[in-house]
Design a protein around this ligand. Structure first.
Ligand code: G6P
Length: 609
């Protein structure tokens, strides 16, 4: 949700900013802009992608070794050139970029207008930079003005600011929106996340809420916006540059789909205790007893992470015997939830920065619940604020449609399930049986993905339609939701996921010869039920695509197309069944000429509520 980057050092800033913006573009791509200091302050901005900005830039007129850049996901004001960041004060001497929402911008704007300030954009960000100017004109110190302005603000921000008055300096601050500070050798890069930093340095500081940094070429200071100096720990970036490049694939999404054998392996690495037929999760050591005695687990998440939570509910209830509730974080945070001290709340998030998930987690903490995270991005806000947690270790996920992060989340949930089940009610023999299934999983993922071509061949069945239905039961009901979400997100086809039996209570009315229906129909103990549902669709001329277990020949007479996946333990089947659905949405989007990695209106990391 908006990407910000800033550079201070000996090199020309523009190429570093543009490169950083390209890395951060997954956060939003409504407009892009840069500001450079070179005696004068020059701002260039443009609606559209970073490449649109690049095409209108004349680098020879944009020199300077201090600069900031922004890629926008619009909240206030339509995505045009004017509303693009950076924004500046009315004298054009201060430039500021912002990720987040200034909730009280209207009130501040009114006050500033009564002081004679005029506004040229519809953004909340312009209000902030004008407010800095307002204070600067009164106190004569840019730092004090920056801090005072931030103290007036209600809402969230990751900001970076520079000014003509202090030509070698960047101010940066964070409240609710992520901000990392790369500490190089005589240079600093500030950015929304480490992907824009790793090329320059692996040393990084993650700013906390209401913290700020002042970056000069030869030194930096971190403090709170209340002016108390804080000595932040320098951390090491844990991924490599290759991981955030496309590596020969046409799209990040495809690369990430094909990384899944490895990412699932990574999610399990060092965590299977074959000797004791259980799972060892170091990040949960401090809460083992609480987990064993938990009366209830509440899982919170948004989007794909919420779908992972739904699968987790089936896993944890059926195998570990713990009651589970899964909630949309955005609903949970505002509905006065009833929580008990012995509740365990698990926040699932790829980015670890989703605003609603973070706020819901804080709400749970306020009620005294023990909070855990299943998070992918190391050092992210949710990872830092939970009492304990398990990293999903999928590596950086750049494609806006989540794929490998989902299967890693499911893998971690399955590990947690086994650990809890073994502490509570599962015998060693069953534990060993499940661990074997887990060990075999990456190879089965590989095997399933090797059939991508077959999926590609049937993509046309869906590519020419306006609607599609995804149906599954039990563990695979959430997979139906996820398959439908993937299709919606990147190919803009209206798709619904439903529990297969529930189809009779509404969606069946939509079925005719033009409606493709994707059934997730593994050979499990409710297989016969889903076969009945398939027949109900066929009886109404619906076109059936089935995801089925290898060796199930019966289904071939019922479905127009069958995509086989290998057999596995039922609770792991979502991990295999979702793979063809990811591929299907990818190939459908390609056939429709959609921008797979940057679907319209979406952003990967939603840091506004
Ligand atoms: C956005 C992304 C989704 C993601 C959701 C939750 O909507 O486009 O892919 O599932 O946010 O994100 P999180 O980082 O919390 O998993």
């Amino acid at each position: 949700m908006c990407g910000i980057v800033g550079y201070v050092g000996p090199k020309e800033a523009l190429p570093i900013l543009i490169n950083g913006l390209k890395r951060l573009e997954y956060r939003g791509y409504d407009s892009a802009g840069v500001a450079l200091l070179n005696g004068e302050l020059t701002i260039k901005k443009k609606a559209g992608k970073v490449s649109d900005l690049e095409s209108v830039l004349r680098p020879e007129t944009l020199q300077g070794t201090v600069g900031i850049g922004h890629t926008r996901w619009a909240t206030h004001g339509e995505p045009n050139d004017t509303n693009a960041h950076p924004h500046s004060d009315q004298r054009g001497e201060i430039a500021l970029i912002h990720n987040g929402v200034i909730e009280n911008y209207a009130a501040i704007k009114k006050t500033l207008e009564s002081e004679g300030y005029t506004f040229h954009t519809q953004t909340d960000t312009e209000v902030l930079v004008q407010l800095v100017r307002f204070f600067y004109d009164r106190v004569g110190s840019m730092e004090t003005a920056f801090r005072q302005a931030l103290k007036q603000v209600v809402g969230t921000y990751g900001v970076a600011m520079l000014s003509k008055m202090e030509p070698g300096r960047i101010y940066a601050a964070r409240n609710g929106s992520p901000l990392a500070l790369g500490i190089g050798d005589g240079e600093y890069v500030v950015a929304s996340d480490a992907s824009a930093i790793v090329q320059h340095t692996r040393q990084v500081i993650y700013l906390g809420d209401r913290e700020m940094a002042i970056l000069d070429r030869d030194r930096y200071v971190t403090k709170t916006i209340d002016d108390e100096v804080v000595n932040k720990q320098i951390e090491e970036i844990t991924f490599d540059i290759e991981q955030i490049e496309r590596g020969g694939y046409d799209h990040f999404m495809l690369k990430e789909i094909f990384e899944q054998p490895e990412t699932i392996r990574n999610a399990m690495r060092g965590r299977l205790n074959l000797e004791e037929s259980t799972v060892r999760l170091g990040g949960l050591r401090t809460v083992t007893n609480k987990l064993r005695d938990a009366r209830r687990i509440i899982i919170l998440g948004c989007g794909t992470s919420w779908h992972a939570g739904l699968v987790g509910e089936y896993m944890l209830e059926q195998i570990a015997g713990i009651p589970v509730e899964v909630e949309y974080a955005s609903e949970f945070r505002y509905r006065d939830p009833i929580l008990y001290k012995d509740d365990i709340v698990i926040a699932i998030s790829q980015s670890g920065e989703t605003a609603d998930t973070l706020a819901a987690l804080r709400e749970a903490k306020r009620h005294g619940a023990t909070t855990l995270g299943i998070v992918n991005v190391v050092g992210s806000s949710i990872a830092r604020e939970t009492d304990a947690g398990v990293y999903s270790h999928a590596g950086p996920e750049i494609g806006v449609a989540s794929t490998k992060a989902f299967t890693s989340q499911l893998t971690v949930l399955s590990l947690m399930t086994v650990m809890l089940a073994r502490m509570r009610r599962m015998g060693a023999a069953e534990g060993a049986h499940i661990l074997k299934a887990l060990t075999e999983l990456p190879e089965k993922v590989e095997y399933t993905l090797a059939r991508a071509e077959q999926v590609q061949k049937i993509a046309h069945e869906i590519a020419s339609t306006q609607n599609a239905l995804y149906l599954g039961r039990g563990y695979n009901f959430p997979v139906a939701l996820e398959g439908a979400l993937k299709l919606k997100e990147i190919s803009y086809i209206h798709a619904e996921g439903y529990p297969a039996a529930e189809m009779k209570h509404g969606p069946i009315a939509l079925i005719d010869a033009n409606m493709p229906v994707v059934f997730i129909a593994p050979k499990d103990d409710i297989y016969d039920k889903i076969v009945t549902n398939i027949q109900e669709v066929r009886a109404r001329s619906g076109r059936v695509i089935a995801i089925a277990t290898e060796g199930d020949t019966r289904i071939e007479s019922l479905a127009e197309h069958v995509i086989y996946v290998p057999e596995t333990h039922p609770f792991l089947s979502p991990i295999l069944n979702v793979l063809p659905l990811q591929l299907l949405s990818y190939y459908v989007a390609l056939q429709r000429g959609c921008n797979v990695d940057q679907p319209r209106n979406l952003a990967k990391s939603v840091t506004v509520e």
